[in-house]
Design a binder for this molecule. Structure first.
Ligand code: SF4
Length: 265
């Protein structure tokens, strides 16, 4: 049964993939032929997915068959008890309007771009948390009760209070369009009454982290280079706070981007 960090990593990696999650759920009914699994889930890379699940001790493979291991059964049961993998009911939420852009201020890091503050009404409060899967790069933060999303360079933060901020916006037109898209995405989900189940984790590469670091190799974080820092940040060996230059006013937006990216690690 997985217990040490490497084994737990294998399980997390196995379950980070939607196809493998489907296979696990399909096997809940009992031992099944791989032919039947392929017919239901799809044959593309089926052998690979089964091998990954087997290596994580989640399933056992026989002669052309597969079944959940005891650990796999308990794993799924634990998820069901926690209410994971289910669509969230938001039928009681009311459609939102995103009111006027209250401020369009130059971004500190890039004066050709703007920072926008708008207001969403009614505020979504605790419903924000279940909206996270609607956005490909969305992350809900309990600490600040806010949903943070990244699309290209633009980072949007919706707070439970209704405040909405966006960084790295080109102009008022782009701000209006981005806010309109946001409103439509949320209202479509509210009209349906549900949002999708939590999705696969977004994968962040060291190069993406590196892109937003100062790239001066100053050594203040005690690492040889910014790229080494990026790799260590990915593996959890250092925290973002160790790069003190990021606290300087010129790196405000970079710091915001890195905070969002760190949430995906
Ligand atoms: S402190 Fe920041 S800028 Fe300096 S080397 Fe480390 S990561 Fe790079």
């Amino acid at each position: 049964m997985p217990g040490n960090p490497n084994e737990i990593k294998l399980v997390n990696n196995a379950m980070a993939n939607a196809t493998r999650r489907k296979i696990m759920n399909f096997l809940e009914k009992g031992e099944t032929s791989t032919e039947e699994i392929g017919g239901e889930i799809g044959k593309t890379m089926l052998d690979f997915h089964l091998k990954v699940l087997q290596q994580a001790s989640l399933i056992e493979l026989g002669e052309g068959t597969a079944k959940l291991s005891e650990y796999g059964r308990n794993f799924l049961k634990g998820k069901a008890d926690k209410g994971e993998e289910k669509n969230a009911d938001i039928s009681k939420a009311k459609p939102v309007e995103i009111a006027e852009i209250r401020q369009l201020l130059p971004c500190i890091a890039n004066s050709s771009k703007f920072r926008v503050i708008a207001n969403m009404a009614p505020p979504l409060g605790g419903t924000l948390k279940v909206l996270e899967p609607l956005f490909p790069r969305g992350r809900y933060s309990d600490r600040i009760n806010a949903l943070i999303m990244q699309k290209g360079e633009i980072i949007t933060t919706i707070y439970g209070t209704g405040k909405v901020t966006m960084t790295m916006i080109k102009n008022e037109g782009e701000a209006g369009e981005a806010l309109e898209n946001l409103r439509n995405t949320i209202n479509e989900a509210i009209a349906k009454g549900v949002v999708p189940a939590p999705r696969e984790k977004v994968r962040v590469e060291p190069m993406e982290i590196y892109k937003y670091l100062p790239q001066t190799n100053c050594g203040k974080c005690s690492e040889q280079s910014c790229y080494t820092f990026a790799i260590k940040l990915m593996s959890g060996e250092v925290s973002l706070d160790k790069c003190t230059p990021l606290k300087e006013p010129g790196y405000v937006t970079n710091f915001e981007h890195l905070q969002v990216l760190s949430a995906y690690i």
